[in-house]
Write a protein that binds this ligand. Structure first.
Ligand SMILES: NC(=O)c1ccc[n+]([C@@H]2O[C@H](COP(=O)([O-])OP(=O)(O)OC[C@H]3O[C@@H](n4cnc5c(N)ncnc54)[C@H](OP(=O)(O)O)[C@@H]3O)[C@@H](O)[C@H]2O)c1
Length: 244
């Protein structure tokens, strides 16, 4: 199969390309650095020529209000071009519980991305993953100084990016789900607890201060970010991943 992986140079995209190629498929990475700009549409027609599947693993450069315009414009361009090219399957990676955190504009932007995909005539699949282990360091840095790291006691169920990439690759090779597959990590933590585990593993002696107003995840409450019972549960635990 020929698969155009847009965002194919990113954290998930580069691994999806590798997995698809190892399985014998023609997976082609496209991104700003290869000359495809989803916002202007430059390079898009050529990228989708002859593709059976398009996988969109791009990300907005910011998590603020501008992310709404990013996902609107990029999906409008992608879906219009996919329809013209006769692509038979469009896959997008979204976030478990994105629709349950309306206070977070980036999550509203991901719901917008999903809605645009669902409304398109191009057969689709949505993979929703929980927060990547690889993303935790950035979350810790958001409200940190030399002595403390402030984190809310929000429930999270993080996952290894490698297992998200495998799920995205598997879905992109199958029939369009015309629906959503959720994938989540094997353990649930509070974010402040996850912060303590992370700092301890790094030998970082800063104190974790529980602050339910700190950072972007302060907007999530209750079980908003936890996968429902029908989700696929990945294998790698956070401590195993940290130890690698
Ligand atoms: N972080 C999490 O915990 C999490 C959880 C669930 C789902 N997700 C979703 O997973 C997706 C992938 O995330 P990631 O961390 O793998 O992203 P990433 O590493 O930041 O990679 C983003 C990719 O998008 C490309 N890109 C950005 N703007 C573009 C544009 N205008 N035109 C074409 N390509 C563009 C980049 O290209 P260049 O490399 O050339 O700049 C890069 O290949 C995101 O949509 C995110 O919402 C993330």
């Amino acid at each position: 199969m020929k698969i155009a992986v847009v965002g194919g140079t990113g954290l998930i995209g580069s691994q999806v390309v590798e997995i698809l190629r190892a399985a014998g498929h023609e997976a082609v990475p496209h991104s700003l650095s290869t000359g495809l700009d989803l916002l202007s549409g430059q390079g898009l027609r050529e990228a989708l020529e002859g593709a059976d599947v398009v996988v969109n693993l791009t990300n907005s450069p910011t998590f603020d209000e501008a992310s709404l315009a990013f996902f609107q414009q990029s999906m409008d361009n992608l879906l219009a071009a996919a329809e013209v090219a006769g692509v038979g399957h469009a896959v997008v990676l979204s976030i478990v519980g994105a629709d349950r955190v309306p206070g977070l504009v980036y999550y509203r932007a991901k719901v917008l991305q999903e809605d645009l995909l669902k409304a398109s005539p191009v057969p689709h699949s949505i993979v929703r993953a929980t927060q990547f282990f690889e993303f935790i360091a950035a979350v810790l840095a958001e409200n940190a100084d030399e002595n403390t790291v402030r984190l809310p006691a929000v429930l999270v169920q993080p996952i290894a990016a490698a297992e998200v990439a495998q799920a995205v690759a598997d879905v992109s090779l199958g029939e369009p789900l015309r629906g959503t597959l959720d994938i989540a990590g094997p353990e649930i933590f509070t974010l402040d607890e996850l912060g303590k585990i992370t700092l301890a593993a790094r030998g970082d002696h800063r104190a974790v201060v529980t602050d339910n107003t700190a950072g972007m995840f302060a907007a999530a409450s209750g079980n908003a970010l936890i996968a429902d019972e029908d989700a696929t549960i990945a294998r790698t635990t956070y401590r195993e991943w940290l130890a690698r």
